[in-house]
Design a binder for this molecule. Structure first.
Ligand SMILES: Nc1ncnc2c1ncn2[C@@H]1O[C@H](COP(=O)(O)OP(=O)(O)OP(=O)(O)O)[C@@H](O)[C@H]1O
Ligand SMILES: [Mg+2]
Length: 368
């Protein structure tokens, strides 16, 4: 077991200044791969010093849950060796069934008073025993609130989940300094790179292996976070089961789907899976629209995650949803260390890097 954990559960606080000593390493523990973003300060400007990733040890992580912390610790140990950094502070993020983000309305009150009251409010909305969770809240500034009430985003993450992250990180000889929620870290990455997006109502879809993290930003703040249980695994699985091939073969067929000699069945299966994904996505968007009583639709989507570059997916979503889609570039506002990184490498990792980058721009004890 891990020792005493002093955890800083700080959800989505922004970083505007870069101090070398306090800069944390961004760690994204995915079901398919583990990613590490090391950002340094160079004359007050952020520079990507290194980006490292490796396949997640089989079965050790699933849908945001760490099943085997020792296996993740081993993998992380070898990644940090590659990184050759003296830093030990890690910023990681959680998502999945043990994390709840809920928008609630509370009577208008002073934030200091809300800090005391939030537990009582949370009791009604969080489906876990409050002694088992870390709790955070954000008062939403620009939403429709009345003189008597205000909108608050309630965020809870089970302590067990955070402990399993701490065990994995500490097992690799590192310190888990800050824990965020993945949706907020994605939003941080977006804000850092698109400070003037030209749209007020924006969706972010991080389509990974096991699921898709869906985030909505409105007037510059996160107002909705939800996971859609559909990712790269489900696309590959559709090919595997209908074409009678192994998972590895199906994965290769999926990667080659845009190629001229790709069998037509591959694209037919991918299209079927896209249809299922779209159904799930539309259901979640409907829920978001009703629960937030938002009258105007999301104006633009930014995509990230390995599956965001699945051949045909962006066009399919754009055509069926009649809304523009763009792959989020997490490197617009950051330089790179040419000793460790080439522009070509940076281009290749664009779809995989947004979450780790959103975490790696955090520093110890930062505030919004
Ligand atoms: N070029 C590509 N074409 C199609 N699919 C791809 C491509 N590159 C990666 N993928 C898919 O992306 C998925 C991995 O993405 P990612 O690294 O974002 O997942 P993860 O973060 O490890 O998983 P999760 O967030 O679900 O725990 C795999 O399912 C893989 O097949
Ligand atoms: Mg992921």
């Amino acid at each position: 077991m891990v020792g005493l954990i002093v955890l800083d559960f700080r959800v989505g606080k922004k970083v505007l200044m870069f101090f070398k000593s306090k800069q944390l390493i961004g760690l994204d523990i995915g079901s398919n791969s583990i990613k590490l973003a090391v950002i340094e300060n160079s004359g007050g400007k952020p520079v990507l010093d290194g980006f490292y990733f490796m396949p997640t040890p089989g079965g050790s992580v699933n849908s945001g849950e760490i099943i085997s912390p020792p296996d993740v610790a081993n993998a992380l140990g070898s990644l940090i060796q590659q990184a050759e950094t003296k830093k030990k502070g890690i910023c990681a993020s959680v998502w999945g069934g043990s994390v709840v983000v809920k928008r609630i309305q509370v009577p208008r009150m002073d934030v200091k008073l809300l800090e005391e009251q939030i537990k009582f409010e949370a009791e009604q909305y969080i489906p876990f025993n409050l002694s088992e969770v870390n709790l955070e809240f954000h008062v939403l500034k620009k939403q429709e609130s009345t003189p008597d009430s205000m909108d608050v985003l309630l965020i809870a993450a089970k302590k067990d989940l955070i402990m399993s992250y701490a065990e994995a990180v500490e097992g690799a000889g590192l310190d888990l300094t800050t824990v965020d929620v993945s949706g907020f870290a994605l939003s941080n990455c977006f804000e850092f790179n698109y400070p003037n997006p030209g749209a007020n109502h924006i969706g972010i879809l991080n389509i990974g292996f096991s699921a898709c993290n869906f985030v909505v930003r409105h007037a510059g703040e996160v107002i909705f976070v939800r996971d859609i249980p559909f990712g790269g695994y489900h696309f590959t699985e559709e090919i595997r089961k209908n074409m009678g091939v192994s998972y590895e073969e199906a994965e290769n067929l999926k990667f080659g789907a845009a190629g001229e000699d790709s069998p037509p069945e591959v694209n037919e299966n991918l299209l079927n899976a896209m249809e299922s994904f779209l159904e799930e996505l539309n259901r979640t968007i409907d829920f978001y629209m009703t629960s937030s009583s938002m009258s105007t639709p999301i104006q633009r989507f930014y995509l990230s995650g390995g599956s965001s570059v699945l051949p045909g997916l962006k066009d399919y979503l754009e055509n069926h949803m009649q809304v523009s889609m763009e792959v989020m570039n997490p490197f617009i506002n950051i330089g790179f260390n040419p000793k460790n990184i080439t522009p070509d490498y940076m281009k290749q990792i664009i779809p995989y890097a947004s979450l780790a980058m959103g975490l790696g721009i955090r520093k110890k004890g930062d505030e919004s």
